[in-house]
Write a protein that binds this ligand. Structure first.
Ligand code: PLP
Length: 305
């Protein structure tokens, strides 16, 4: 029988992911180098932070003899899609608990249809119960016996530990590393994996100012305490999750055309827009290299929306 690690290796992830320099006038004029860490190229079905966060959870599930993965998400969750794909590729049963009871009677949107096509069982629950999904009595009603529960967005201690590899791959490559944040697991691990002379900036795509405490909680769970030099830039959510602004749209279109790269709009575009604004504000001294993590692929996500 193939081991779980061998089954994952057989999916041939592109690791370490490529690091490419982008010649952008706005940066070169100020003596700053812009690098893109192309995590979007790791795997076509588990791109970006999806691979880095799911891999350790899949290994843990297989090693503990769990044959079912249960996780949570909204109707357009990238994480639900990636979990469903991982289940199909590696032979796990998958259950997706979806926020919004009212969706149960409607035709599935393309993202949920993709989950279902990958064999995911979808369970729709009302928003009040969904908010209480981490409580033992709510979980007990949802979870079958041989099941590994992965939290919303895939961020748990194992995921944060998985993302340390991203930081390690970037050692020596840039003084500053920028990443978009949703649930905070990627930043928690990335910052822990960087060298002592590097710093990470997280760009939350949600409003609310709750993320700093969450990244600290994840670092405590994964590493026993705060790790690495990181901070959040809360100004670039552009109205909140899946919201945009004319400035962000214009920036993304222009950057895409200039560099012939499609930017994933919900996360990556906001981090890159934030970095470019910080550059304009003089936040990076000449001679600094800034690496922006491309945590998701444009076509993967646009095809689900
Ligand atoms: C493309 C993309 N980038 C960044 C993130 C944010 O990652 P995290 O939830 O670990 O903060 C997500 C969500 O998982 C995502 O789908």
């Amino acid at each position: 029988m193939t081991s779980p690690a061998a089954a994952l290796a057989a999916l041939r992830p592109r690791l370490p992911s490529p690091l490419t320099e982008v010649a952008d006038d706005r940066f070169t004029r100020r003596g700053v180098r812009l690098l893109l860490k192309r995590d979007d190229l790791i795997h076509p079905e588990l791109p970006g932070n999806k691979w880095r966060k799911l891999e350790p959870n899949l290994l843990a599930a297989a090693e503990a003899g769990r044959r079912t993965l249960l996780t949570f998400g909204g109707a357009y969750s990238n994480h639900l899609r990636a979990t469903a794909a991982a289940g199909r590729l590696l032979g796990f049963r998958t259950i997706g608990v979806v926020r919004g009871e009212e969706l149960a009677g409607r035709p599935l949107n393309p993202s949920l249809a993709r989950c279902a096509a990958d064999g995911m069982e979808l369970r729709f629950i009302d928003r009040a119960t969904y908010r209480r999904k981490a409580e033992p009595e709510v979980l007990a009603a949802l979870v079958p016996e041989d099941c590994l529960v992965i939290p919303e967005g895939g961020s748990n201690a194992a995921a944060a530990r998985g993302c340390t590899a991203l930081g390690r791959e970037l050692r020596g490559a840039a003084e500053v590393v920028a990443v978009a944040c949703g649930t905070g697991g990627t930043l928690a691990g990335l910052a822990a994996g960087l060298a002592a002379d590097q710093r990470a900036i997280g760009f939350p795509v949600l409003k609310g100012g709750f993320l700093g405490a969450e990244v600290e909680r994840l670092q405590r769970a994964a590493f026993g305490g705060r790790r690495g030099n990181w901070r959040l830039e809360e100004r670039f959510h552009c109205g909140g999750y899946a919201r945009t602004s004319p400035e962000l749209e214009e920036f993304s279109r222009e950057f895409g055309e200039l560099h012939d790269i499609g930017l994933e709009r919900l996360y990556v575009a906001k981090a890159l827009y934030g970095v470019t604004t910080l550059l304009r504000e003089g936040a990076f001294a000449p001679g600094t290299s800034v690496a922006v993590v491309v945590t998701g692929a444009a076509d993967y996500y646009s095809s689900s929306r």
